[in-house]
Design a protein around this ligand. Structure first.
Ligand code: OSB
Ligand code: MG
Length: 372
């Protein structure tokens, strides 16, 4: 494969409802899409998952736009690769961080290779599932009662796991209200997005009483050591999200006991090669993984569904259907859910969905053409 042109686009997509987490709120996504063109004539779409503000990781859509343009694309454009597995090492060499910018190109190369091999992306990367158990991630709500109704509706819609965003003051009482209203069997978890410190140990121990499937990333975004101290005091498994930026970090987590579950987001770790490596490492150490989400459009969702089809993705992923996010997605068919499952598209090569270029054109606010 040899990519001789990459088109960047920024689109704006309004969320059906604002999504509030402990570190910020988003109402309208600014999404960077890429289109990679191979010299053979094949092409593919990919998505950069960087957000609008640096409140999840240090990257934003604007840093990613610059980094892809100035550093990532020049390393890839016009070069021949026998396999997309070669990209990750090339993009790591003397090039620190910017995992989401790297991943947008690296994952596009995987989808391009799958397309050219005539295989569905999920099968090309070793995925074995035909459908993905699906969870929903609920932003911080205005009141415990409002949260209870959201969780109730989500379980009625068939979601296999409900993740509740928490922060100090929107936590013990709120999770307690949900547990009391919906019973011991509801599959609930919490995600703090770094809102706590070890000084909040009393609150965190109080949450331990609610039988949550896991508590995601309670402490600092780059912490491994303090999470190990916290995990010793909790029965509830800690799941790390932000802290796992590479295979090394997953190894550190297991060595130190900083958590028992990993949320894999391919964008956060720099693409599919490191995601597969983390998946394999976790599998060998009996650590379950699941696929996280970054409020992706239908393009990014295709990559999430494909990676979630690997065998050790044994917990429901944040791979909700298109209609949970958007009035209208940019792919057809849109992503749908049936009995809490999203089907892995296995009937065609590549991403498995058509990308609606006309609709994308109508919501594009900037473009760039990158060549060798
Ligand atoms: O922490 O998992 C998170 C969205 C943006 C930034 C961080 C996170 C999230 C989500 C959304 O939880 C999950 C989804 O895409 O549905
Ligand atoms: Mg998270």
């Amino acid at each position: 494969m040899r990519v001789d042109r990459i088109t960047l686009r920024e689109i704006r997509l309004e969320l059906k409802e604002p999504f509030r987490i402990s570190s910020g709120v988003v109402r309208e996504r600014r999404i960077m899409l890429l289109e990679l063109f191979d010299s053979s004539g094949a092409s593919v779409w990919s998505e950069c998952v960087a957000g609008e503000a640096p409140n999840y990781s240090s990257e934003t859509i604007d840093t990613a736009w610059i980094v892809v343009t100035q550093f990532v694309a020049p390393r890839v454009l016009g070069k021949s690769f026998a396999h997309p597995g070669e990209l990750h090492e090339l993009l790591e060499r003397d090039f620190r961080g910017h995992n989401m910018a790297k991943a947008a190109v690296e994952m596009g190369m995987w989808a391009l290779a799958a397309t050219m091999a005539g295989e569905p992306l999920a099968r090309f990367i070793g995925g074995t599932r035909t459908e993905i158990a699906t969870g929903i991630s609920l932003g911080i709500q205005a009141s415990p009662a409002a949260l209870v109704e959201k969780v109730r509706a989500s379980l009625e819609a068939g979601y296999r796991k409900v993740k509740i965003k928490i922060e100090p003051g929107h936590d013990v009482e709120w999770i307690g209200a949900v547990r009391a209203a919906l019973g011991a069997d509801a599959h609930l978890m919490a995600d703090a997005n770094n809102a706590y410190t070890l000084d909040d140990i009393d609150r965190l121990v109080a949450l331990d009483g609610f039988g949550l499937m896991m508590i995601e990333q309670p402490l600092a975004h780059d912490d491994i050591v303090r999470h190990a101290e916290l995990q010793k005091k909790l029965r509830t498994p800690i799941c790390l999200d932000e802290s796992i930026t590479s295979l090394d970090k997953a190894q550190d987590m297991v060595t130190l006991g900083s958590g028992r579950i990993v949320n894999i987001k391919a964008g956060r770790v720099g693409g599919y090669t490191p995601s597969i490596a983390i998946h394999d490492f976790c599998q060998a150490h009996s650590v379950p993984v699941w696929c996280g989400g970054m409020l992706e459009s239908g393009v990014g969702r295709a990559y999430n569904v494909a990676i979630a089809s690997l065998p050790n993705f044994t917990l429901p992923g944040d791979v909700s259907p298109s209609a949970r996010y958007w009035a209208r997605d940019i792919v057809s068919p849109e992503w749908t859910m049936d009995r809490g499952m999203v089907r892995v598209p296995l009937d065609r090569p590549g991403l498995g969905v058509d990308v609606d270029a006309e609709r994308i054109a109508s919501i594009t606010v900037r473009t760039a053409e990158l060549r060798p």
